[in-house]
Structures are given as structure tokens and as C-alpha cells.
Design a protein around this ligand. Sequence first.
Ligand SMILES: [Zn+2]
Length: 106
Amino acid sequence: MPRPRKNDPGALVGPIVDDFAQKLGHTLERFITGRIAKETKDLGRRGRPGRRGRRRRARVLCYYTGCKNVAAPRFGMFCAALHKGISKADKERYRAAHLRAVAKRK
Ligand SMILES: [Zn+2]
């Protein structure tokens, strides 16, 4: 253990650091709480109300027109079952059509 110094900076810096950490904690808490409230509010507005209460994640459907399978972000939001293999150009086309459809729905 180090010999205690006469002018121990710890005594001076300690309270400042504690104070800072506490303020940072409070600020982060407020920020995160506000952020979560905002996100969940957005979700509530966008998603349809589920039969069994709130879902953890919005179920996005495959971008292929008329396909009701769940979209996989891994395959550019096309379903893994049927449409993951379509060509890049086709995906681009269906994605554009999907975005137009979504824009119209609002
Ligand atoms: Zn599909």
C-alpha cells in the first residue's frame, strides 16, 4: 500500500468524481427512459394491436408482393422459405413496390 501523502489528491478528486458519476448516471437514466418511452410509443402507433397484447417485435412480412411469410433481414427482408433466392434486381423491384405500398397505406 502506498504511503499516505500529505496532500492526498484522492480526498480532493474523490468527491468530484463521485458527484460527476452520480450526475452522469442521472442524466443517462433520464435519457434512456425518455428514449424507451419514445420508441415504445412509436411502436404502438405503427403496429396493429395483437390478439395477445403487445408483441416484442413487429412482424414484418416478406417484401414479395402478396407473400405472407415472415421477412428475414438476413435476406434483405424477403422470406427465407421462398424468396431469399430471387435476383438482386428483382429484390430491388419488389422492395420499391413494397415501399410504395407502405407509403400509400399511411
Ligand atoms: Zn416471400
